[in-house]
Design a protein around this ligand. Structure first.
Ligand code: HEC
Ligand code: HEC
Length: 928
């Protein structure tokens, strides 16, 4: 402990810079809460001689040089003995897309430029001189650096260095405040898919969470040397939450995302605790209700923690599911949800606040229509995803469950109590909380909502209980206000002095300046590349439609749901949703289109029931309750009567527009309904072309960087030798292809050729693997033409029955799963048998490391469980009768797992084997 080190506290009157325009601003400004002052009190100038952790001084702790007085006691921490010039910072220790120097003079931002160079995200670090005293605030560019996948940035305690973790390296920048601008120093190798970063209180140690590796890299900032790599895979494996097929750690079990750490204010970093969120929910292993509510309550959030000095990972901290979200589904049942996508943290006092998306996958999930197709019950649009803030006590290392909040429920209650008009202008729901920050020295938190272009205020009491959400000035801070440039898709918030904040916006590539006294945006400033054109604009717009729950994209334009809420970064939330055809793991969209041949895409969904990305209009309408974008009119605000009915239903109100023949699912073509298309009935909007442009460029997560190369090579040999590529081949790692051009002529439901045209399986093709052709003559229709086509329509030739669905469903409709995993093979109404008896559409094997659990319903918790137990041997042996056998099974599983984890877009693909003695693909290459 070194409390005697003298810190030079700033005597610069903060009022000069900050209180212009808000003279009474002595709290977060939202309104006077009658509680402790939380904002920027002028510094009294009295230095007590100890490190000031209090609320008096929230801003500029150390503007000048260290006094140079060292007690002479050697630092005992993990800093390698380097202590000269280090000071303890009271600023947030975790990174964000926004970082501002302590004097508010320079702002650094991550500009996530979707579409640049045709990529899903080409991130850039941008540095600006800020003039926050101006009205509106302004900023002047100092410099930019391209750093692929840069996710967060943080400024060092010297206020002159900054750290960013990018795709392949962690980089230190210096000269943050110099007039020459940033200098990029040599980087140090990072793990795969770095996400959250954080600095120790003295700034001597940088922590980087490697989402794909499952590790935290510990870096000494003085010379950017990696001093340790902390493995979180082992602790997760030994927790027992993953079943008994994994006994030790291996890369890609854990998915560390956000990092926070305590700060006790002394010069000793080694006595702090580092917290790392596990991004994905984990199973609860006992006490899960055995009725259907168990599907909302059977998983939990996990936070890893380790002591900064010993670096030993302690007991996992768990975040409990919410038993009652307050939203009742259309069956009248209370719904629950479990913590998932834990993507941001803020430490305040002795608590850590963790944002996440609470998932509620139990059915019913879709709209309830009456006999005339009018929406009878919109309840289920509100029962799928909930923005949440969980509270962890850093003294007890336990969740304070009573203080954890669903923001959806809180804001719905706020609006209802105040009788706020139930429209998209007056109500906004927090959707996908991307960042959280506290006004310094206060209990006021602000959360950025990715999917509803707003910032939401949470006022806590000192004991961590909720005081209120929103404020009486404004219920939420709209980032798209009248009279200001819009700020869309906010990804980060940084507090600055004077009860203000700066928010970085992904879509609009700008920042919004917030003033809490008025709860308003008081100005905006552009980053680079604002207003892109051409292909870049198309991808960027597609990304926005994918993320947002505003406008036409969710119920009443309020932000209830969006594609991104289940497909974070276009990938998967790893949740099994009870959807129209059964329990379904969210499919990662990295394998939907070929990264090499733009003409190639998969037949879509686990049972090959869609063939165009545009078909997911039905998801917008059905799961999110939005008007959607296949419309004959562009009303403002959008209204349900704008919809074109393209699914064979009669429009309500009568007389509204419908297509001549159904174009939904495998019928006709929703692409043909885009402006200028071939369909006689055309949408006035081309939004779905833009969403498709975005989905095309979603890349797979990069393979863990720490795989054993020998195991990977041996695993590839096993993959080849056992004919896995008979179903998982090419750069898409699946044989599934849309082999026809969806259109009226090819797949019209009444006259279409695809329904009646046949395929013939080779006699040598294992008959049970493709039930539709398991008939005399081995000939079957390419497309399902049996009973109840609306509910069962699918492409037959791509289905492979690999033993993951029971031949006969028992009374409980139990699926195929090892002990400890519960699968119920029912559709969204939770009673009708699921589809699956005819087999499944082979999934892409891209991104396996970030995609657990596996199979259509999350039947296997780990890749080891897919191969190590006999439960799924039918799948392993589909084209290789004894694999993986008994001898050396453990080694085979380890090697195969290593290879599967290694598959990303850079992996050399395998071709469909030609030595099987039959054509493995069954579907034709093209049609007709
Ligand atoms: C509530 C969660 C949820 C939401 C919201 C959601 N999806 Fe999905 N998505 C899923 C699930 C689950 C599947 C698998 C469904 C199946 O197989 O039947 C899926 C599958 C897909 C697929 C098929 C990919 C493939 O290769 O097979 C596409 C494309 C897709 N979604 C796009 C979208 C788009 C676009 C949106 C927004 C309009 C969206 N999703 C919204 C959960 C969701
Ligand atoms: C005959 C076709 C076929 C063969 C051969 C085959 N698979 Fe599969 N595979 C499938 C199907 C179909 C599924 C999806 C089953 C389900 O979800 O119920 C699947 C699922 C998987 C999954 C889970 C993917 C996910 O996202 O959940 C992995 C991993 C996998 N296969 C790897 C392999 C390996 C390794 C081999 C070789 C030992 C192999 N497969 C052989 C058809 C096949």
């Amino acid at each position: 402990m070194r409390s005697t080190l003298l810190l030079k506290l700033s005597l610069i009157p903060l009022t000069a810079l900050w209180l212009t325009g808000c003279p009474e601003d002595d709290d977060d400004g939202a309104q006077d809460m009658g509680v402790a002052d939380n904002g920027v009190k002028p510094d009294t100038g009295v230095d007590t001689g100890v490190v000031d952790m209090g609320v008096e001084d929230t801003g500029v702790e150390d503007t000048g040089a260290d006094t140079g007085v060292d007690t002479g006691v050697e630092d005992t921490g993990v800093d390698g003995g380097v202590d000269a010039g280090f000071v303890v910072s009271t600023r947030p220790r975790n990174g964000s897309a926004v970082a501002v120097t302590a004097d508010d003079g320079v702002g650094l931002f991550i500009n996530r430029r979707t579409g640049f160079n045709g990529t899903a995200a080409s991130n850039q670090i941008e540095s600006y001189t800020l003039n926050l005293a101006a009205s509106p605030p302004t900023m002047t560019m100092k410099g930019t650096f391209l750093l692929e996948d840069a996710y967060q940035i943080i400024i060092g305690n010297d206020d002159d260095s900054a750290y960013v973790a990018g795709r392949t390296e962690v980089v230190k920048f210096t000269g943050v405040k110099s007039t020459a601008g940033l200098t990029r120093n040599a980087g140090v190798a990072a793990g795969s898919e770095s996400r959250g970063i954080a600095l120790s209180p003295t700034g001597q140690t940088l922590y980087v969470a490697n989402w794909a590796d499952g590790t935290v890299t510990v870096i000494r900032t003085a010379d950017m040397t990696v001093t340790a790599t902390i493995d979180l895979n082992g602790p997760l494996a030994t927790s027992g939450l993953l079943g008994d097929s994994v006994t030790g750690g291996r890369p890609g079990l854990a998915h560390p995302y956000a990092i926070g750490l305590t700060n006790d204010g002394d010069m000793e970093d080694g006595d702090e605790t580092v917290y790392v969120t596990e991004y994905f929910s984990q199973a609860i292993t006992s006490g899960v209700p055995t009725d259907n509510s168990g599907f909302d309550l059977g998983r939990q959030g996990v936070i890893y923690q380790f002591n900064a000095g010993t670096q030993t990972v302690g007991a996992l901290i768990t975040l409990a599911p919410t038993a009652d979200t307050t939203f009742v589904d259309s069956d009248g049942n209370a719904t629950g949800c479990f913590p998932n996508q834990l993507n941001a943290v803020a430490i305040n006092g002795e608590r850590m606040f963790v944002t996440g998306v609470c998932a509620s996958p139990r059915g019913p999930t879709g709209p309830i229509l009456d006999a005339n197709n009018a929406l009878m019950n919109p309840a289920n649009f509100k029962t799928e995803v909930h923005a949440a803030v969980y509270v962890v006590n850093t003294t007890t290392n336990m969740e304070e469950a009573a203080n954890s909040l669903l923001l959806t429920a809180q804001f719905q209650a706020l609006y209802d109590t105040a009788a706020v008009p139930d429209d998209g202008t007056n109500r906004r729901i927090p959707l996908i909380p991307t960042d959280i920050a506290f006004v310094p020295g206060s209990n006021f938190a602000y959360v950025t909502s990715y999917g509803s272009d707003a910032v939401f205020r949470i006022a806590y009491n000192a004991d961590g209980t909720l005081d209120e959400v929103g404020s009486s000035t404004q219920r939420f801070i709209n980032l798209v206000p009248q009279g200001q440039d819009p700020g869309r898709l906010p990804i980060g918030i940084g507090m600055v002095s004077g009860g203000r904040a700066i928010v970085a916006n992904e879509f609009t590539r700008n920042v919004s300046f917030l003033q809490f006294s008025t709860q308003n945006v008081v100005g905006t400033a552009n980053l680079t590349g604002t207003g892109p054109t051409g292909a870049e604009a198309n991808i960027n717009n597609g990304r926005r439609f994918f993320v947002t729950g505003l406008g036409r994209w969710s119920f009443r334009a309020q932000g209830w749901n969006s594609c991104e809420a289940c497909h974070p970064n276009g990938l998967t939330d790893n949740v099994t949703w009870f959807f129209a055809r059964g329990p379904r793991q969210t499919t990662s969209l990295d394998g939907t289109y070929s990264s090499m041949d733009p003409a190639q895409r998969r037949l879509l969904n686990w049972t090959a029931i869609f063939d165009e990305t545009h078909d997911f209009e039905l998801n917008t309408r059905g799961n999110s309750g939005g008007v959607g974008a296949i419309v004959h009119a562009n009303s403002n605000p959008p209204v349900a009567a704008d919809r074109i009915h393209f699914d064979g239903t009669v429009p309500v109100p009568a007389g509204n527009m419908a297509t001549l023949t159904p174009q939904n699912g495998l019928n006709g073509s929703t692409i043909s309904m885009m402006p200028g298309g071939a369909n006689p009935v055309l949408s006035v909007l081309e939004d779905w072309n833009l969403i498709e442009a975005y989905v095309r460029v979603i890349r797979s997560p990069r393979a863990p960087s720490i795989l054993d190369a020998g195991d990977v090579a041996a695993g590839r040999q096993l993959f080849v030798d056992n004919n896995c590529a008979g179903c998982h081949a090419t750069e898409m790692w699946t044989i599934s292809r849309v082999f026809y051009t969806p259109n009226e002529a090819n797949n019209n439901p009444t006259t279409g050729a695809l329904r009646s045209n046949n395929y013939t399986a080779d006699n040598a093709f294992p008959a049970a693997l493709n039930p539709p052709s398991n008939v005399g003559g081995r000939m079957a229709p390419l497309r399902f033409n049996g009973a109840n086509p609306g509910a069962n329509d699918q492409i037959n030739c791509i289905l492979r029955a690999v033993g993951t669905f029971p031949d006969v469903l028992d009374g409980m409709q139990n699926g195929v799963a090892p002990t400890g995993v519960r699968v119920r093979e029912v559709r969204t109404n939770m009673t009708t048998d699921a589809q699956g008896l005819s087999g499944f559409n082979p999934p892409s094997l891209l991104g396996m490391g970030t995609g657990a659990p596996y199979f259509h319903a999350g039947n296997a918790r780990t890749l080891e469980e897919v191969f190590a137990t006999p439960t799924f041997d039918d799948h392993s042996q589909a084209f290789s009768s004894n694999f993986p056998g008994v001898a050396n099974r453990e080694m085979a599983v380890r090697q195969l797992t290593a290879f599967l984890l290694s598959i990303d877009e850079t992996t050399v693909p395998e071709a469909v084997p030609t030595t099987l003695g039959f054509d493995a693909t069954l579907c034709p290459d093209s049609f007709p």
